[in-house]
Design a binder for this molecule. Structure first.
Ligand code: ZN
Length: 186
């Protein structure tokens, strides 16, 4: 009985070893692909960036809206507002993350502007600042560091008075700061 069973097994292997070999190869490939795919999920489990707020105890005077148009009385037009406007008694403006100042400029529409490039594809932009921002291109700044003062230098939003027009970009696209900054608990 035993011998017969063993013989049957040997017969089976002789006849089907090719299939067994293919099955083993497929299994190895599946495990390899699984491990590689698992490796790609690492970024989602990486520690989340901790954003600080660009102004203290500020009111949001105009929120982010990508689909709903909002009236801009300064330019007399309806437009999407891919930024958040803040106003506060204390007009200090702070960097929201560690980074490097990549632009300090002035133009009539944006007013005085500071742009900071951070890690993970984030760029923050601060417009309508008062004259003479405190930073220069190439400066390294830390989250919470004062970079300037909110002003009324942006002609595109001059009706809003002294305020900060804050924009957050992720991979060159303006994103809703509400999804990254704790604006409700400001
Ligand atoms: Zn604005």
């Amino acid at each position: 009985m035993e011998i017969t069973k063993r013989n049957k097994f040997v017969e089976f292997i002789k006849n089907y070893w090719m299939y067994v070999a293919v099955a083993v190869v497929v299994l190895v490939i599946a495990i390899t692909v699984g491990v590689l795919a698992g490796g790609q999920t690492v970024p989602t489990t990486a520690p989340k960036l901790e954003f600080s707020l660009p102004m203290n105890e500020a009111n949001i005077i105009k929120d982010y809206s990508s689909t709903e148009l909002q009236e801009n009385t300064s330019l007399n037009q309806w437009e999407a507002h891919l930024s958040v406007d803040f106003a506060s008694e204390n007009s200090d403006v702070f960097a929201v993350l560690d980074g490097t100042v990549t632009k300090v400029s002035y133009d009539v529409l944006n007013g005085h502007l500071v742009e900071i490039t951070h890690s993970d594809g984030f760029v923050s932009q601060y417009c309508s600042l008062a004259d003479e921002p405190l930073v220069s291109e190439g400066d390294k700044v830390s989250a919470g560091e004062k970079i300037g003062t909110a002003g009324n230098s942006s002609n595109a939003e001059i009706d809003l008075g002294n305020h900060l027009h804050f924009t957050l970009y992720l991979n060159q696209e303006a994103v809703d700061p509400n999804n990254y900054l704790d604006l409700q608990n400001k």
